[in-house]
Structure formats: C-alpha cells, structure tokens
Write a protein that binds this ligand. Structure first.
Ligand code: AMP
Length: 370
C-alpha cells in the first residue's frame, strides 16, 4: 500500500509505528491530531503506545507473518527506537515505505559505525578506539589515557553497558562489567572513549522531509543523573554561534544518511566551545519533549509530517522550557506538578513504577527571556 513519493498521505491514512513505548504513544497522539490512524507493532501487551493507537499488533520482531500483515495494513512505517532488529526493518522495507531509512538505523545501532560516520561528515567526537578483547583494551589505554569510558558497541543506552576507567588497572574489572568475558561472535564488541571534561551537554534534533527540506529544533541543554536524562532546558546556555554549529552538524548528518524523519544528535560542549558528538538517534528523542509545550510544531508532529509527506514547518518557540523526566519514584512529585500552573504533565500510562523506569515527564514553561 505504499504511496508515490510525491503524494502526501491523506487524512484517514495509517501510519505504522515499529515499537510501542512512550515515544510511539506520543507519535500516535500527534498523528491523530493530523487526522491519521496509527498501527503500532511490538512485543509488549498493554504498552504505552497500544493504549492510544488505532490498531496494535502484539507480536515478536522476528514474526515474519505478523510483520507482513502489518506492512500490508499501513501506508508508511516509521519507528520509535533504533534497536529494531535489522532483519525486521529490511523485511518491512521490502514491503512498504520505511522512514527513516535502514541505513540510519544501521549507523545508530553501532557506536563504531556512528563515530566513523561523524568523522565522515567532518564532525568531531571524543577520541575512541574499537575494542574486541581485553588485550585490545589494555593496548588502547596506552593511547587513550584514563579517565576513559568503555562502552558496548551495540544495545547500550542510559549508561547500560558502560564502565568508567579511572586507572589503567581498572581494565579487567571494566571489561567484566560490560560483559566482555562472555564475548563470542559479536564484533566489534565495544569502544574505549576518552572522558570529556565538558562544560555542558546539549542535543539537537533535525528533521528532513521526503523532498529533502530540512529544519532544526534549537539545541537543549541536558543534565543526566545516573547516566539517564534528568532535565532538558531551552534555551541552552550557549552562544548563537555554537547553537548554529550544532544544528548544522545535525542537518549535515540527516542529509548524509538520506534520512526522512528526525535525527537527534547528542553533543558535549568542550571548554573551548568545540562540539564533540556523542551519539545519535534517528527518531524522536527524550531531550526533544520540551517541544510539546514550546509553542510550535513539536518533534512528534514533525516526524508525522515527514513520514506522511506533508511540508515541514520552521520550529517556533514562544516560551522557555525545562523538561523534567519522571523516573521511577519521581512520579511521587506529581501532586506538586498538578497544582503548578507552569507545569504541563505528560504520563505514559505505565502501571508500575520501577527504579530507572521513565513514567512520564513534566514541561515547566516560563515567559520567554531570549
Ligand atoms: P551515552 O550512553 O553514551 O549517551 O552516555 C550517557 C551519559 O554518560 C552521557 O550523556 C554523559 O553524561 C556521560 N558520558 C558518556 N560518554 C562520555 C564521555 N566520553 N565523557 C564524559 N561523559 C560521558
């Protein structure tokens, strides 16, 4: 049921979403506002996205019959997380339009590919080396001196699969922490990355349409607690020149990937103002949730527009915003936010709060100062 590239999807058409977490949920809500139906696909029952989607398929990512039926039932497919199994994405791409491209997924799934890609587009990164063994790690530590961080190449997020190395003598325990002892066929297994003494962390989200038009949300300043995003604030306390460079990098990356959709890039701001790219995600991003109450088209609507072939609009911001993640027991702060007129509460419909589980977020809006 794929559409000709130049024809926008009409209201009533169905947007397929691979993955059924909170990003899928907010994508469904944005799609509904534009008159589209949504069909989410993922392995979990009563998921955040299933609760608000028009249709939900609960099936495994390797269930080819279910994937084929899903592809037949939708007009375009996008995804809400980058660790969609390669085979599932390739299988779907053979059946219908998948946006962004498989190439964007492939690069974002592997830190070695991601870092190499940043270098290819002329964007700086922290110094890094691919690591396949404890011996590799010990050798690399001669070049990338501690402090450094060892990260699994694939499937790490929110600090999972990472170990900080403060002294070269930490190599054995760091290798063990990231599961290196069990390494078999996965190559490359990890990267060693120099620890950056950054002044702040920012992220920026670019969007690209089917016809190649690009727009960029302004950078947000991010604070992490226990490796997980805690708050995102706009405007970031950076110069307009650094903000423009950050957007330029994200747009260049989106163009180089021939991506249709969103690309979020996380960066460290070094003391001299240099931007060092940490990682990227070809999907809506937690640090972009402020856009939901920022005053203009939000990141979820922007992705729906890109996937549906509608025009993108320049992001607009009418207020200053701090987005606060409600993680695990952070949900207890809700009472306070419910009575705060500057707080916009967004909950994800998850029944059980667990330590480290993102339950929702709150956007605190203030009159715009800059
Ligand atoms: P990541 O999973 O790579 O996004 O890492 C999670 C967080 O760990 C980042 O947002 C940073 O706060 C911190 N971090 C990761 N890599 C580095 C690095 N090379 N130098 C300093 N801090 C880092």
């Amino acid at each position: 049921m794929s559409m000709a590239a130049s024809t926008p999807l009409s209201p009533g058409a169905t947007i397929g979403i691979l993955g059924n977490g909170q990003l899928g949920r907010m994508l469904c809500l944005a799609a509904a506002r534009l008159g589209y139906r949504t069909h989410v696909y993922g392995p979990d029952r009563d998921s955040p996205a299933e609760q608000v989607a028009t249709v939900a398929t609960v099936a495994a990512y390797d269930d080819e019959a279910a994937l084929a039926a899903f592809a037949d039932a939708v007009d375009v497919i996008t995804f809400e997380f980058e660790n969609v199994p390669a085979q599932a994405a390739a299988f779907l791409a053979a059946h219908t339009d998948v946006r962004p491209s498989w190439r964007a997924l492939e690069v974002a799934q592997d830190r070695t590919k991601e870092k190499t890609f940043f270098a290819e587009i002329g964007a700086a990164t922290p110094p890094w080396r691919p690591i396949d063994s404890l011996d590799d790690l010990k050798t690399a530590l001669n070049t990338i001196k501690p402090p450094a961080i060892l990260k699994t190449a694939r499937l790490g997020y929110d600090g999972k699969g990472q170990a900080k190395i403060t002294n070269a003598s930490d190599a054995d325990s760091a290798w063990k922490t990231i599961g290196g002892e069990a390494v078999s066929s996965t190559r490359p297994y990890a990267i060693l990355e120099g620890f950056v003494d950054f002044t702040r962390e920012i992220s920026v989200i670019a969007a690209r349409s089917r016809d190649g038009a690009t727009v960029c949300f302004e950078p947000t300043e991010n604070v992490h607690t226990n490796h997980m995003l805690a708050t995102s604030t706009v405007p970031a306390a950076i110069s307009s020149a650094i903000a423009a460079t950050a957007c330029d990098i994200a747009v260049r990356a989106a163009v180089a990937l021939d991506l249709v959709g969103l690309l979020a890039v996380e960066m460290f701001v070094a003391p001299d103002g240099t931007l060092l790219c940490n990682e990227m995600a070809p999907r809506p991003h937690n640090s972009g949730h402020w856009t939901m109450d920022g005053g203009g088209c939000d990141q979820f609507e922007m992705l729906v527009r890109a996937a549906a072939g509608l025009p993108l609009v320049t992001p607009m911001r009418t207020v200053d915003v701090t987005m606060i993640n409600l993680v695990g027991d952070g949900i207890e702060d809700l009472e306070r936010y419910y009575t705060d007129p500057t707080a916009r509460v967004h909950l994800y419909g998850k029944a059980h709060a667990r330590a480290g589980r993102k339950m929702g977020h709150v956007n605190i809006v203030r009159l715009k100062k800059s």
